[in-house]
Design a protein around this ligand. Structure first.
Ligand SMILES: NC(=O)c1ccc[n+]([C@@H]2O[C@H](COP(=O)([O-])OP(=O)(O)OC[C@H]3O[C@@H](n4cnc5c(N)ncnc54)[C@H](O)[C@@H]3O)[C@@H](O)[C@H]2O)c1
Length: 265
């Protein structure tokens, strides 16, 4: 018996990386999955892989920053899969830049894709979940929402907004059985990150920043998402779960030098 048996889930950004791994894992755990992405071919590939493996998935093309698309995404899911128990607001984007470098258009785009999407997802999913007696919404935030990553100020601001929006949504809707939580991944090996790791020194810097001495895999975020989606986390709401291989907890000093004189070590 899977953790998500008889549940219907939407996974946004399901065409790639964390979303694709999560859609597949949700299906393995018994959920019928709507794989949502603005790149339809990618969404279709994930849905096809799930169906070929014996699961049940549909693909939906939607831009999660657009209200009409999100409304259609939820309506199509309910119509074709018979309900909605889990919404994984995972699609996200990053535009690099300091305040001086970043354009206003890029600021607006990142805030719309990363933050407005979470608001819109809740706007359309919550009434259905509440009418059904409950549900679980999971939002992909980031370690960047917990500290001031330079060079991508809008990304950092948007992910901090996702964390606090998660808390506010939980305050409003948990009394009616809708739990809302966020996940803060460290550096995960997905296509955009692997491209970033091609910069000289980037891979070594990132590996060293994680206590586990490696980058994470999308499947390791999917495992956290399944748990938050399932009734196994039934008393958890308004939280952000850090899944970062020790990136945040690691001291910048690493191991402290041994203070004892050398003859006593
Ligand atoms: N990979 C990491 O290290 C990392 C770390 C922290 C947080 N995150 C977050 O995880 C989430 C997934 O990222 P990923 O690394 O798997 O990236 P990815 O590029 O592999 O997957 C993201 C998917 O989202 C889709 N997408 C982007 N904008 C969209 C939109 N407006 N509407 C619908 N679909 C859209 C893309 O087409 C893509 O398929 C993002 O929110 C990202 O910010 C990633």
């Amino acid at each position: 018996m899977g953790l998500l048996e008889n549940k219907v889930a939407i996974v946004t950004g399901g065409g790639s990386g964390i979303g694709a791994a999560s859609a597949k894992r949700f299906a393995t755990e018994g959920a019928a999955v709507a794989v949502v992405d603005m790149r339809m071919k990618k969404a279709e590939a994930t849905a096809a892989a799930i169906n070929e493996a014996g699961g049940h998935a549909i693909a939906i093309e939607a831009d999660v920053a657009q209200e009409a698309d999100v409304a259609r995404m939820v309506a199509t899911t309910v119509e074709q899969l018979g309900g909605l128990h889990v919404l994984f607001n995972n699609a996200g984007t990053l535009r690099p830049g300091t305040a001086v470098e970043l354009s206003v258009e890029d600021w607006d785009l990142v805030m719309a894709v990363n933050v407005r999407s979470v608001f819109l997802g809740a706007k359309y999913a919550v009434p259905i979940m509440e009418a059904q007696g409950g549900g679980s919404i999971i939002n992909t935030a980031s370690i960047s929402g917990l500290h001031g990553d330079g060079g991508a100020i809008c990304y950092a601001a948007s992910k901090a907004a996702v964390i606090n929006l998660t808390r506010a949504l939980a305050t409003d809707h948990s009394p009616n059985g809708v739990r809302v939580n966020a996940i803060c991944p460290g550096t995960i090996q997905t296509p955009p990150v692997l491209r970033m790791m091609e910069e000289p020194g980037a891979l070594e810097r990132n590996v060293n920043a994680h206590s586990l001495g490696r980058l994470g895999f999308p499947e390791e975020i999917a495992a956290a998402a399944v748990w938050l989606a399932s009734d196994e986390s039934s008393f958890i709401t308004g939280e952000h779960l850090v899944v970062d291989g020790g990136l945040r907890s690691q001291s910048p000093l690493g191991r402290l030098a041994d203070p004892r004189p050398s003859h006593l070590r």
